[in-house]
Design a protein around this ligand. Sequence first.
Ligand code: NAD
Length: 372
Amino acid sequence: MRNVEKRVELVEKYLQRLQLDKDMLSYYNGRIILVTGGAGAIGSNLIIALSKLVGERGRVIVLDNLSSIRIKDPWNVAPLPNILFVLGDVRSDIDLKRVFKEKPSIIFHLAAFFANQNSVDYPEVSADVDIIGHIRLLEYARLGGVERFVYASSGCAIYGSYPQLPLKEEFISMHLTTPYQINKMTGEMYCNFYYHNYSLPIVNCRFFNSYGPGEVPGQYRNVIPNFIYWAIEKRSLPITGTGDETRDFTFVLDLVQGLLKAGYYKEAVGENFNLAAGKEVSIKELATMVNEVTKNPSQIVFTERRKWDTKPRLLASIEKASRLIHYTPLIEFREGFQYTIEWFHDNWDKIKLLADFPPGMSSAVRTPVHSR
Ligand SMILES: NC(=O)c1ccc[n+]([C@@H]2O[C@H](COP(=O)([O-])OP(=O)(O)OC[C@H]3O[C@@H](n4cnc5c(N)ncnc54)[C@H](O)[C@@H]3O)[C@@H](O)[C@H]2O)c1
């Protein structure tokens, strides 16, 4: 329980730092809110923040099929009294009827078949969840008269491989490299369709490389949790590429901030936003820092670049989100990284049990090219 309390405390401290205005607090108070994928890396943080905002009169309903972890135990969902966990699938009419019976007025749609390599390995399931499940949810949302539908899109899905930096919302590329990216872009287009055709108040939020408490490492997960996991295990950190590649790593609670604001500001409706830190960190820098902090004596090894991984740099412009929804990232990389490491140490037994690196899978096992 202590670990849960710590996570809740971190979110509370963040909300205090954020100082949301009174109108926004009263907007959320007492609401019934549906979060799909609420047991996941980002959703499990969002639901804590929402639980605080909706208060005793409100309720946060989590719909998640727990497919991203290996056990049917919603351990990542904080057991707060106003959070209702429903084990279910966004593709299932029965499960959707169950959660819509509660009449949610805001939906945060975060459930997804995560992410690039997973979708390369399983393109059909990926489309089934990310497109068919998404359309089904949009249908229920419009029929249920939902006041706001916030969609978790992805920066890597919209901008292709070689756009001008920083990435601005108006640039899009039709040259995407994985089914996941195609599905996420399609997801935005369906949101736009429901907005134009049915006036469903949608918002497309384009996340960039989330990290923070709540993300369990695994073959299909992001580089930060995987590096931390291997470093704690005193294993070498494999860099798929030269290490000079950069990413715009965004602390998960800054993404939560963006979601809360996207769910509130009228100016967000019908729009798309980058939610990012707006800063670049190279993979080599990251690996070096992880090894330093964890005192990992093992070397960095360079392995083959994944064929679909064609983005040498990722850096988002957050000017639009800042202008329209007053989005301001609060957590510097070093600070966010420290929270992430602490969460790993606090939850190590669970993480070790759930970290998913099966032998022989395409993305998990690679031959090192050289080490240094
Ligand atoms: N993490 C990132 O860096 C990042 C970047 C860009 C976009 N996103 C998007 O943000 C959202 C959340 O990402 P995350 O990192 O928390 O991912 P995650 O995999 O940790 O969370 C997604 C959750 O959805 C659940 N889920 C999967 N299929 C489902 C289904 N059919 N029905 C119900 N639940 C289902 C999973 O069990 C999981 O708990 C996703 O839509 C993702 O595409 C994430």
